[in-house]
Design a protein around this ligand. Sequence first.
Ligand code: COA
Length: 138
Amino acid sequence: MNRLTIKHNELTAEEFIFLWESVWGKGPTLEQTRLAMEHTLFRVSVFDGDTIVAMARMNGDMGLDYYIKDVVVRPEYQGKGIGRMLIDELLRFIDEHGVSGTSIFVELCAMPDKIPFYEKFGFAANEAQRLKMYYQVK
Ligand SMILES: CC(C)(COP(=O)(O)OP(=O)(O)OC[C@H]1O[C@@H](n2cnc3c(N)ncnc32)[C@H](O)[C@@H]1OP(=O)(O)O)[C@@H](O)C(=O)NCCC(=O)NCCS
């Protein structure tokens, strides 16, 4: 592994799909993903030399609420502290943009086997259930 580089708000739709497919199978379409990248509040990507190895993104309103999405480290790079780097970057963004001294709600959705990873940063599950649907856009 070379020296890792962290980039802010440079993650492209193509890179997003590449990383998505390295862990979750078939990714979303390029058109949807381009729109999503354009409107994401904060994107983080990590490079080993010229190769992208990890990403995370976050939406939010800066004042009250943030939502973390798509935290991915390529399988061959997992277990080396890169996931921690991603979350640290997201939390630093909140520190830099939130109202100093206030509490801000930060949410995410995690599969049970990933919960211990997020607990290391202070996240904890509550009794709320996730409601979801795949809405067909007309
Ligand atoms: C979850 C994920 C982002 C973690 O990234 P990573 O680079 O492997 O994590 P790190 O090496 O930075 O680990 C940081 C700490 O969390 C711990 N950790 C990481 N994954 C863990 C897991 N699944 N369960 C328990 N602890 C975990 C590490 O042991 C390390 O602990 P330490 O700092 O006390 O030594 C990575 O496994 C991944 O991309 N998985 C596939 C995609 C995914 O499911 N993302 C989460 C979406 S909710």
